[in-house]
Design a protein around this ligand. Structure first.
Ligand code: SF4
Length: 299
């Protein structure tokens, strides 16, 4: 949950997640819809699907107990080197290194790395350096300390005066490290969707790609000619900046296509919707109920 997301945002989700899915058995038995609904608003929905798939693997292949071996953890759905090592060190106190953003910045400065850390060579060098620092015992505390040091002292503005490891640090110009390659360009993209209401129900479409399994306003291949959108908003997605435009669609005689379904408006809280589409729907439904639909709602 904490990937690309701040702790303050995550806490509410985490507590609700644990209440709904207190153990692997509960998560494994939950439907994908329930899991996506509990995750909605956090983004990166593959993580929610992978957690559910991991719970099912633990129940079906590990007798309901989470594996301790690094290889077995690494084989779980969606688990890469960082996640596997973080679980191994923090849950089982195993002597394995971890490298996340704070530790990467700290190591680049401690070892005065003059290479871009976001290349495969740079990443391997960081993991190698993290391994070299690893103690034989107490790896969980050591890794925790590195994360905190990177987050609280050796941040984007390094506070070297109070740093407890300044005597070991080789950085000559800490504020110029780490070196990173050029960021990918942000690409602009516009997506068109329709808004149809009939008898207290709204037509939605189940996404087959970006938000697979979640429900959104039905896609339109192109913007309808000579029609104005009733909603425009923007949201980021990976290296894209997406403009969401919504056009009113006549509901008369509109039968749902495959992957489309009419949902009662007063039951939308219980279905998984990606945040940009939930916000658009809430604004459109509110405007409609106030008989204000017509002007563009823009956020
Ligand atoms: S001395 Fe400065 S640059 Fe080096 S680890 Fe500490 S805060 Fe970071």
């Amino acid at each position: 949950m904490l990937q690309q997301t701040q702790v303050a945002t995550v806490i509410r989700y985490y507590n609700e997640w644990i209440r709904r899915f207190p153990d692997f058995a509960a998560l494994a038995a939950a439907s994908e819809r329930e899991v996506l609904h509990a995750w909605q608003g956090l983004g990166y929905y593959a993580r929610a699907r992978n957690l559910r798939a991991t719970a099912q693997t633990v129940m079906e292949k590990q007798g309901g107990r989470f594996p301790k071996s690094l290889d077995a953890i690494r084989n779980l759905p969606g688990v890469g080197r960082y996640t596997a090592n973080a679980v191994a060190t923090f849950a089982f106190n195993q002597s394995v290194p971890i490298v996340e953003a704070n530790i990467a910045r700290l190591l680049a400065r401690l070892f005065n790395l003059q290479i871009p850390i976001d290349t495969s060579h740079g990443r391997e060098t960081l993991w190698q350096r993290a391994s070299e620092l690893l103690p034989n015992r107490g790896a969980a505390i050591h890794n925790s300390a590195l994360m905190d040091l990177g987050a609280l002292v050796c941040g984007s503005r390094p506070n070297c005066v109070v740093c407890p490891v300044r005597h070991f640090c080789r950085a000559e110009k800490p504020s110029e490290l780490p070196i990173k390659g050029a960021r990918p360009l942000i690409r602009l993209r516009t997506e068109h969707h329709g808004f149809s209401v009939r008898g207290g129900r709204v037509l939605l479409e189940q996404s087959q790609d970006r938000w697979r399994g979640m429900w959104m306003l039905p896609r339109l291949a192109t913007a309808p000619a000579k029609r104005k959108p009733v909603h425009i908003s923007e949201f980021p997605f990976t290296n894209h900046r997406i403009t969401l435009t919504v056009f009113p669609q006549t509901a008369a005689g509109h039968s749902a296509k495959s992957f489309q379904h009419w949902f009662p408006i007063d039951g939308l809280d219980s279905i998984p919707l990606p945040s940009p589409h939930r916000r658009a729907l809430e604004m459109l439904i509110s405007a409609r109920s106030q008989r204000l639909c017509g002007p563009v709602t823009q956020i």
